[in-house]
Ligand binder design. Structure first.
Ligand SMILES: NC(=O)c1ccc[n+]([C@@H]2O[C@H](COP(=O)([O-])OP(=O)(O)OC[C@H]3O[C@@H](n4cnc5c(N)ncnc54)[C@H](O)[C@@H]3O)[C@@H](O)[C@H]2O)c1
Length: 389
C-alpha cells in the first residue's frame, strides 16, 4: 500500500496534538513529510518530530509533488483560502475547527466584532461558505473536518447506542469551557471569527449536530435545525486585575460567555454553552436525554483517576489536564488525554479515508451546519430574537 504523505500547515498548539496522533497510526502507512510555517520555530519543530522538509509558505508546500494531504492547523482566518488552494491543487484536506467564519472585509468598521451587525455577518458568512463549499466539491478531493469530539470514545459510544436503540433524542446539553485561550488570535474577531462560542462552543455544537444526524439515520427520518436563540457576554470586562488573576482571556472584541439553544425540525431541543471564564480545567461534556435513557459523555473532567496531592513543586513535570492553574488538592486527571478527546482516532480515521477512499464521519456538511448555527446565534444574541434557519 502506498504511503499517505501529509504536509502539516502550522506548528503551534494543535499541530502538536496532530503529530502525537500521526505517530500512532496503524494499519495504514502514513508519514508527515513536510511542515510549513512563517515562524522560525518551525525548524526546531521539524527536528523534534523528524519531519524531513520545512517550508515558509503554503505555496511551496503545494508545489511539492510528494504531498497527498494538507493538514491545516492555522488560525481560523486562514482556513477557507488554504482549503480552496490545497483542494484545487489536487490534495485532500484535513482542517481544524472552525471550518471558517466572518473575519471582516475591506471597508468594515473596526473592531469588526463590535461594530459590524451580526445579521450582515450571517449573510456574508453564508455567501462565502457556499462559494467555498462549491469549489471544494468541484475539486473532487476529500475534505476531512478535524472535529475531534466526533471521534472521542464517549461520543462514539453515544452514537453506537443511538444506532442500536433507535431511541429519540429529546434534549442534549453540550459544553466546552475553560479559563481562557493561550493564543493571541483568540482575543480578536478578525482572526478567530468570534469568541468562546466559535472557538469552544463549536465542539459541543458539532457533537450535538452529529448525534442528531446519527439518530435521524437510525430512525429513517430527516432532521434539521429549525431555529436558534442565544445570548453572549464579555464578563472579563467587568473584572479588576486582581479578579482576573486566574482567568487567562483578555478579549478585544469577542465574547467570553455564550449560551445557545437549538430547536430541531422534529420539535426537540439542545443547549450549548461555551465559556472562557470557568476555572478548574477544561470541561468537555455532552448529556443526551432520549426516550430510552440518558447518555453522559464526560470527556473531561471525569473520575477515571482522581488525585489529592500536596506539593506543587514535586509535580512540576507531571501533566494533570489542560488549563488547570494548580496540580495539588483534589484533581481529575485526564488519562490518555489525546485518546479521551479523540485526536488519535480522528487522525487514524482520516488516514484510512485517504488510503481506502472512504468518506469521513466529520465532513463538510457538519462543518457548514456548525458555522451556520453559530452565526445565527450571534445574530440572535445581538437582536434578542429567534432566528429561523
Ligand atoms: N481541536 C482542538 O481541540 C483544537 C485545540 C486548539 C486549537 N484548535 C484550532 O487549531 C487552529 C490553530 O490553533 P492553535 O491553538 O494551534 O494556534 P497556535 O497559535 O498555537 O498555532 C498556529 C500556527 O499557525 C501558524 N501560521 C500562522 N500563519 C500561517 C501561515 N500563513 N502559513 C502557515 N502557518 C501559519 C503559526 O506559525 C503557528 O505555528 C485554530 O483554528 C484553532 O481553533 C483546535
Amino acid at each position: 500500500m502506498k504511503t499517505v504523505r501529509v504536509g502539516l500547515v502550522g506548528c503551534g498548539f494543535v499541530s502538536e496534538l496532530h503529530m502525537h496522533a500521526y505517530r500512532r497510526v496503524y494499519g495504514v502507512a502514513a508519514s508527515v513529510a513536510a511542515v510549513v510555517s512563517p515562524d522560525e520555530r518551525v525548524v526546531d519543530y521539524a527536528k523534534r518530530h523528524h519531519i524531513p522538509k520545512v517550508y515558509g509558505h503554503i505555496r511551496e508546500l503545494l508545489a511539492d509533488p510528494d504531498i497527498d494531504v494538507i493538514d491545516i492547523c492555522t488560525p481560523a482566518v486562514l482556513h477557507a483560502p488554504m482549503i480552496i488552494e490545497a483542494m484545487e491543487s489536487g490534495r485532500h484536506v484535513i482542517c481544524e475547527k472552525p471550518f471558517t467564519g466572518y473575519f471582516g472585509r475591506p471597508g468594515d468598521p473596526a473592531p469588526v466584532g463590535q461594530k459590524l451587525s451580526k445579521a450582515l455577518m450571517y449573510e456574508r458568512v453564508m455567501e462565502e461558505m457556499s462559494e467555498t463549499s462549491r469549489r471544494m466539491a468541484a475539486s473532487g478531493q476529500l475534505f476531512m473536518y478535524a472535529e475531534n469530539w466526533v471521534y472521542a470514545p464517549a461520543i462514539a459510544k453515544s452514537a453506537e447506542i443511538l444506532r442500536k436503540t433507535k431511541d429519540k433524542i429529546l434534549f442534549m446539553k453540550g459544553e466546552e469551557s475553560h479559563s481562557g485561550s493561550h493564543a493571541d488570535h483568540a482575543a480578536r474577531w478578525d482572526m478567530s471569527g468570534g469568541g468562546a462560542l466559535i472557538r469552544q462552543g463549536c465542539h459541543p455544537l458539532s457533537a450535538v449536530l452529529y448525534l442528531k444526524q446519527v439518530e435521524a439515520k437510525a430512525r429513517g427520518e430527516t432532521i434539521g435545525i429549525a431555529d436558534v436563540t442565544a445570548d453572549v457576554g464579555t464578563l472579563g470586562d467587568t473584572l479588576s486585575p486582581q479578579d482576573h488573576q486566574y482567568i487567562l482571556s483578555h478579549p478585544l472584541d469577542v465574547e467570553d460567555w455564550a449560551m445557545m439553544n437549538l430547536s430541531f425540525t422534529d420539535g426537540t431541543k439542545s443547549t450549548v454553552f461555551a465559556g472562557d471564564m470557568i476555572l478548574g480545567g477544561v470541561r468537555n461534556l455532552v448529556e443526551t436525554y432520549t426516550t430510552g435513557g440518558i447518555l453522559n459523555a464526560n470527556m473531561c473532567p471525569n473520575t477515571g483517576m482522581v488525585t489529592y496531592l500536596t506539593d506543587e513543586e514535586k509535580l512540576s513535570d507531571v501533566y494533570i489536564t489542560e488549563k488547570v492553574d494548580r496540580k495539588t488538592g483534589w484533581q481529575f486527571v485526564c488519562l490518555e488525554e489525546e485518546w479521551t478527546r479523540g485526536y488519535i482516532q480522528e487522525i487514524q480515521h482520516f488516514m484510512e479515508c485517504v488510503a481506502h477512499g472512504r468518506q469521513p464521519l466529520a465532513d463538510v456538511d457538519l462543518a457548514f451546519a456548525t458555522i451556520q448555527a453559530i452565526y445565527a446565534a450571534y445574530w440572535s444574541a445581538e437582536e434578542g430574537r429567534r432566528i429561523r434557519l
